[in-house]
Ligand binder design. Structure first.
Ligand code: UDP
Ligand code: MG
Length: 330
């Protein structure tokens, strides 16, 4: 048995049918390791909570946090990370699209000294080419806006060292976009690849609106470049208007009359559109500031079987350094 503890965090939103299968596969994948599993029930309306409680009665390694309502995937991940005790923490979805069998390889990469190991899907099992294409474009734009590389297809199947989890724990932002945060923190990072499987049961919990919300949150929480871009657009049109004003004065002196009602209306409509877009961008950021100043917690836990989590964390020893991790390997 190794002398380190692995924590697995699983966000669950209406995943009752998937949880027992996932736990079985995790049990085999983690055989020989010392581990704990934290299931975060993100306000499910199906029997997820009953299934979780039954599993935790049977297996003392399984604990749970039950939210008072649906707070979203990112909040569920944050809650799990807030409550773990492990030396390394792995986040994995409940739907078995990401195979637990990839975890031992991630642990090896961690033991070799990597602090964040992101598992990247090789696109197998992704249904539509359109989703893949939009995702490529999105991650390129996001990496450019954020000034650091965001891993494409690194969809929250990840291992992080305890010290990275400690940083995430301290983040109080209400607009968490963890995929971006993991590239923002830096540290030694590695990638591992897995074949994406089909969802075991149920359907995706991410509607198009949720995806757009996550995408917009990703951009606005990592970068203020859109605001600068809005300013540049404003300056460009101000310059055009100024030049046109000069031109209008000159042609009055030259005695030529200006005709063209349609062009005037078209330019007014166009500029009003630009102004509204710019206002919308500014509004997005003001909305974020509003959420931050209200200081509401990211999630509310209504039920848990974790007793005094902060004391548990302190009781566990501090981060293993690279040397200790290497010696744990041998
Ligand atoms: N999830 C969650 N809260 C939500 C939506 C999703 O905890 O509001 C969980 C869900 O149960 C799953 C993971 O997040 O374990 C990923 O969701 P899903 O598989 O539906 O997303 P997709 O793989 O389709 O992008
Ligand atoms: Mg999924």
């Amino acid at each position: 048995m190794n002398n380190f503890l692995i924590s697995v965090v699983i966000p669950c939103y209406n995943e009752a049918e998937n949880i027992p299968v996932l736990l079985n596969r995790l049990k085999s994948a983690l055989e020989g390791y010392c581990y704990e599993i934290i299931l975060v029930n993100d306000g499910s309306t199906d029997p997820t909570q009953q299934v979780i409680e039954a599993e935790s009665m049977e297996n003392t390694k399984v604990s749970y946090l039950c939210f008072s309502r649906n707070f979203g995937h990112q909040a569920a991940l944050k809650a799990g990370i807030d409550h773990v005790k492990g030396d390394c923490i792995i986040t994995i979805d409940a739907d078995l699209q990401k195979p637990p069998e990839a975890i031992p390889e991630m642990i090896v990469l961690w033991l070799e000294g990597n602090d964040i190991v992101t598992a990247v899907s090789q696109n197998e099992g992704q249904p539509s080419g359109f989703k893949r294409w939009t995702s490529t474009v999105y991650y390129r734009v996001l990496s450019w806006l954020a000034d650091h590389q965001i891993v494409q297809n690194g969809a929250d199947f990840r291992l992080m060292d305890r010290k990275v989890a400690d940083i995430i724990r301290k983040l109080q932002s209400r607009n968490l976009y963890l995929r971006g945060i993991f590239s923002w923190v830096g540290y030694k990072q590695a990638l591992t690849f897995y074949k994406e499987e089909r969802r075991h049961a149920g359907t995706t919990k991410y509607s198009l609106i949720n995806m757009l919300d996550l995408a917009s949150n990703g951009i606005t929480s990592l970068s203020i470049k859109p605001l600068r871009f809005a300013l540049a657009v404003g300056l460009f049109f101000a310059f055009l208007a100024f030049s046109y004003g000069l031109y209008a004065i000159v042609i009055v002196f030259l005695g030529r009359t200006v005709i063209g009602w349609a062009s005037v209306v078209a330019s007014i409509v166009f500029l009003s559109g630009v102004q509204l877009i710019v206002l919308g961008v500014i509004g997005e950021y003001i909305g974020k500031i509003y959420r931050e100043v209200t200081q509401r917690p990211t999630y509310l836990v209504s039920k848990t079987n974790i007793s005094n989590p902060s004391r548990n964390r302190k009781a566990n020893k501090l981060t293993l350094d690279v040397k200790e991790r290497r010696s744990a390997m041998t």
